[in-house]
Design a protein around this ligand. Structure first.
Ligand code: SF4
Length: 231
């Protein structure tokens, strides 16, 4: 059997005042977009590390206030997360799916699957008001920390943690992190598609079953093009 090969290149990116040089390794063969998600996670980690450098971050393990916010997830990340859930031991998978079903029972009737006519701001305010914990949240910590979505990585605050639980989030000071997560949204589709993470299972029942295969470097080029950034 032929050995799988990868390519590594150092991406040099500018985002505002940040300058990032990050080595990224991706498969050479044509693969589904979800196969480059780990490489994109590494890139976002590097961007976040540069953005938070020198700042006093308040976020700590065991504080899951922000895990009750609407987490927008792209098709590509959704497919990766479905693989992750499918690979869980049976009992644990069942528990996670029960939590998704409970969230779905609240969110679908409330119109979070069909978001026509609602602004992102209206949706996130209405979502947070429901106080629904993310199905992956356990003991106020992320149970999939290494695999969490890109947008979760980009959210850090310097304000006192108790403010994050406030109904209007008054006084919360997020770190200005360039939103590289947006590059994943149009990786497979032309439109800026996303769905709330808590509706992962509902989305999976109506998601497209086929998708393009591209080489790892081609997916990364597409991701960077979506961001309008050079390397
Ligand atoms: S995936 Fe993890 S970090 Fe993101 S909202 Fe859920 S529990 Fe929180």
């Amino acid at each position: 059997m032929a050995e799988k090969t990868t390519s590594t290149a150092t991406l040099r990116l500018s985002a505002g005042e940040l300058r990032i040089a990050h080595p990224i390794t991706v498969p050479d063969a044509p693969v589904p977009a979800r196969d480059v998600v780990p490489a994109l996670q590494g890139l976002v980690n590097a961007v976040v590390a540069a953005a938070e450098s020198g700042k006093a971050i308040s976020c700590r393990k065991g504080c899951g206030a922000c895990c009750r916010q609407l987490v927008p997830v792209s098709r590509t990340e959704g497919e990766r997360l479905l693989d992750l859930v499918d690979a869980l031991p049976k009992e644990r998978r069942g528990e996670i799916k029960r939590r998704f079903a409970a969230a779905e029972a609240v969110l679908v009737p409330a119109g979070f699957m069909d978001r026509t006519g609602k602004t992102d701001r209206e949706l996130s305010t209405a979502y947070f008001a429901r106080g629904l914990p993310c199905p992956f949240l356990e003991e106020e910590s992320c149970s999939i920390h290494a695999d969490r979505p890109l947008v979760c990585r980009e959210y850090l605050v310097t304000s006192p943690p108790e403010l994050c639980a406030g109904p209007a989030q008054d006084g919360v000071t997020p770190v200005a992190v360039p939103k590289f997560s947006l590059g994943a949204r149009k990786l497979q589709e032309e439109k800026d598609g996303w769905f709330p993470l808590a509706l992962l299972m509902a989305w999976s029942r109506q998601r497209p079953r086929t998708g393009a295969r591209r080489t790892g470097p081609e997916w990364v080029q597409r991701f960077l093009k979506n961001l309008g950034t050079g390397h």
